[in-house]
Design a protein around this ligand. Structure first.
Ligand code: CAA
Length: 384
């Protein structure tokens, strides 16, 4: 066992760090305030190969490993979590699922442009449509119906909280094809956004990650070709769960990045700000906060890297991914809140970034499986 990153990993980490500082930092406060989707940043990330990082180059990807993905996610999330959630969904929920379970024809038609993040010179990304108004944590309770019509399926229903909802060109949609079969009656489908009957609802006005575009999506008598079903009949729920396990590594890394970004700002501020005749870093109360932040962040990083290593080595990574997500997201929320506290009144205004990080951190405890869902996954695994 060794704890050193390879030369290649260090280069990817540096590339992501430089990108975040030069391309994501300018305008981050404005994008957050006006809920502006970071389209320019996503297009540039695609040029770097970061929208299909783990996809085989023969399908348009960058052929990197999951460790590289964790490193890149951390660096970008340090600066702008709205950029990194878009990147994470495309990489681990959309591209990974298609590469692992799609047919060759599906890969050629959809994975290649999704991994490149562009088609015909325009942005081309995907979204993952599992959540519904009444099916969040209880994901088997799907109400969206896909009726088998012989040569196609007819899709009807509503999906909620969809990241990349309006920017995506391709949706991976989970729907019930046989209610009596419960989770075994769920299928996953590839649906092009411009199919007749697809309606994108208004953008959600969110607490955090305000640059990311979150919408509800409605399907009314949408015809989905038979060849757009992913996997065998009834495979949809397992497809969603397996894909989400990988997604949780991405969101854990996002949380890690938010935590380390907030920590770095708190550390810097504590060296500059004076109170009671000395820099606040010389007060033990601040030193202990920083020590706890650094320790929790390092533990989060190790959990993320372990889950990534297991995935790269074709081991079962579901438990590690859930442990990484629950720990890193709670670390992000705690660290960002403490970073605001270290900044005092300055932490409460936008210019100092930490209030945005505190708002952004909260969603990492909710999406891709709440902290409660991660504890269900962990406890089922350790108690079986
Ligand atoms: N891998 C493979 N199969 C799995 C699995 C996994 N990780 N987890 C469950 N399954 C299988 C089970 O083995 C079972 O199969 P069998 O019937 O053949 O035995 C089947 O799926 C049903 O599983 P459960 O009985 O465990 O299902 P459950 O109803 O108890 O739910 C749950 C389990 C873990 C709570 C699950 O519903 C869940 O993860 N919920 C959270 C959903 C979620 O994460 N949503 C995120 C939306 S996407 C998003 O947020 C993206 C974004 O915008 C950023």
């Amino acid at each position: 066992m060794h704890f050193q990153l390879s030369e290649e990993h260090l280069m990817i980490q540096k590339a992501a760090r430089d990108f975040a500082r030069t391309e994501c930092l300018p305008g981050v406060i404005d994008r957050d305030e006006h809920q502006r989707f970071p389209k320019e940043q996503i297009c540039k990330l695609a040029e770097l190969g970061f929208m299909g990082m783990m996809v085989d180059p023969k399908y348009g990807g960058a052929g990197m490993d999951t460790i590289s993905y964790v490193l890149a996610m951390e660096e970008i999330s340090k600066i702008d979590a709205s950029v990194s959630v878009c990147m994470s969904v495309n990489n681990s929920l959309v591209c990974w699922g298609l590469e692992k379970y799609g047919t060759e024809a599906q890969k050629q038609r959809y994975l290649v442009p999704l991994a490149q993040g562009r088609k015909d010179g325009a942005l081309y990304i995907g979204a993952f449509l599992l959540s519904e108004p009444e099916a969040g944590s209880d994901a088997t309770s799907q109400r969206t119906i896909a009726e088998d019509m012989g040569d196609h399926y007819l899709l009807n229903g509503t999906k909620n909280w969809i990241t990349n909802g309006s920017s995506a060109s391709v949706y991976l949609v989970m729907a019930q094809t046989d209610v009596a079969k419960g989770s075994h009656g769920i299928n996953a489908f590839i649906v092009e956004k411009n199919t007749p009957g697809v309606t994108v609802g208004p953008k959600e006005n969110k607490l955090g990650i305000r640059g990311s575009d979150t919408h509800s999506i409605q399907f009314m008598d949408v015809k989905v070709p038979k060849e757009n079903r992913i996997g065998e009949d009834g495979f949809g729920f397992k497809f969603a769960m397996r894909t989400l396990s990988g997604g949780r590594i991405g969101i854990a890394s996002q949380a890690l990045g938010i935590a380390s970004g907030a920590y770095e700002l708190a550390l810097q501020y504590s060296k500059e700000r004076k109170a009671f005749g000395k820099e606040i870093m010389n007060h033990q109360i601040i030193q202990f906060k920083l020590a706890d932040m650094a320790t929790r962040i390092e533990a989060s990083r190790l959990l993320c890297l372990r889950a990534a290593w297991e995935k790269d080595n074709h081991l079962d990574f579901t438990l590690s991914a859930s442990m990484a997500k629950v720990y890193a997201s709670e670390t992000a929320m705690w660290t960002a809140t403490e970073a605001v506290q270290v900044h005092g009144g300055y932490g409460y205004v936008k210019e100092y970034h930490v209030e945005r990080m505190m708002r952004d951190a909260k969603i990492t405890q909710i999406y891709e499986g709440t902290s409660e869902v991660q504890r269900i996954v962990i406890s089922r695994s350790i108690l079986k």
